[in-house]
Design a binder for this molecule. Structure first.
Ligand code: MG
Length: 374
């Protein structure tokens, strides 16, 4: 029986992780669970899965938590480092996932990493710590899970480069003029994936793919210039690995996050699944196109920050989180997102070695500057 801790159980990835636990009650149990503020759903989850420990971030929501015998801890970090639990699913949004992920690694727990901002902002620190503590970081992001599978779970040699596929988000094919007037509700209509608001807006700006380039850089120790992006609107091929002989290996399946979540939980086994088997004749057509870097400037910004390293990705991530939040509240327009990020990045300086304290400072600084810009 594998004991699981879920950080962010009421979000899209958290809920789908619980679907898997429900489907395989003899394989998994949940020993710890946290949420931000969706207490109504969280109470239902506690009643069903009976975790030993819980944590609720929002203090008003915390007062309404029905514990059913569970113990309320004082922080996500405390929850991530309880005695029980072999694996922590990090399904929180944004940089809030960084400190609990570090706490879990320090406690020697494997990580099923869904929270990409953790690696974007503090990848050098997190990966070095995982190595030191001999802890596995299993990717839950569908593209990174695909690369992991195509590279013999990251063990293959002779890899020349990676190709990340992108659905293109809600605004694929739109012109700059059209995008000047789009609103949050338009960005939230994702064509192939049903996800949380932040990642759906990131998909619409292509920042999500930019964050994923940096995530892949850290997870697979690959230089940014060896990571390509291709738009693949059907979301059937989840990413590809190019070997030295130019042989390319791809991973295909219908878009369903339960696949990467399940694999992170059952690694190294691939278990019988309740997920739909791929019918290629039914899919019929797979198409590929170059991303439009001019219409979607966030992708180029992220590539640049990923190549520069240091605190640039941290600054970019902090500015993006603030800008996306403002866009979701209709306070700024679509192109204000890259504009704000670029303004914040002007304050950046080249550094080779980063520290955790520096990451937290850079993040705070980026948020402060970004907020002053609208
Ligand atoms: Mg992804």
């Amino acid at each position: 029986m594998k004991e699981i801790i879920i950080l962010g159980s009421t979000g899209s990835i958290g809920r789908q992780t619980l679907d898997i636990v429900r489907d395989y009650p003899n394989m998994f149990c949940v020993v710890g669970m946290s949420c931000n503020c969706n207490i109504e759903l969280f109470n239902k989850q506690i009643a069903e899965f009976k975790p030993k420990y819980v944590y609720v971030n929002d203090k008003f929501a915390r007062e309404k938590c029905e514990l059913c015998g569970a113990v309320m801890l004082t922080s996500s970090e405390e929850l991530a480092s309880i005695e029980e639990g072999q694996i922590v699913v990090t399904a929180m949004v944004g940089i809030s996932g960084l400190m609990p992920t570090i706490a879990a690694i320090k406690a020697g727990k494997d990580i099923a990493l869904s929270n990409k901002e953790t690696l974007v902002a503090g990848g050098d620190i997190v990966m070095a710590l995982a190595k030191e503590k001999n802890v596995n970081i299993f990717p839950v992001d569908s593209e990174h899970s695909a690369i992991w599978q195509c590279s013999g779970y990251g063990k293959a040699k002779d890899i020349k480069g990676l190709i990340l596929t992108a659905s293109g988000g809600a605004f694929r094919g739109k012109s700059k003029e059209e995008l000047c007037s789009v609103k949050a509700v338009d960005a939230l209509k994702h064509p192939t994936w049903n996800m949380g608001a932040k990642v759906t807006v990131d998909s619409a700006t292509l920042m999500n793919k930019g964050l994923e380039i940096i995530e892949a850089k850290h997870l697979f120790d690959m230089p940014v210039d060896k990571i390509q992006v291709v738009i693949h609107k059907q979301s059937i091929i989840h990413s590809l690995v190019t070997y030295n002989d130019n042989s390319v290996i791809a991973q295909l399946s219908y878009p369903d996050m339960r696949l990467p979540i399940q694999l992170a939980l059952t690694y190294p086994s691939k278990i019988d699944t309740k997920l739909q088997e791929l019918n290629l004749a039914e899919v019929a057509t797979l198409t590929f196109e170059k991303p439009d870097m001019d219409t979607f400037p966030c992708l180029a910004i992220a590539k640049q920050c990923g190549a520069l390293g240091g605190y640039y990705p941290t600054l970019m991530n902090g500015a993006n989180e603030v800008a996306v939040q403002a866009f979701l509240q209709d306070k700024i327009g679509f192109y204000d997102i890259p504009r704000i990020i670029e303004k914040v990045l002007e304050k950046g300086e080249k550094t080779d070695k980063i520290t955790l304290e520096g990451v937290l400072q850079a993040d705070k600084y980026a948020r402060q500057i970004a907020k002053e810009l609208f």
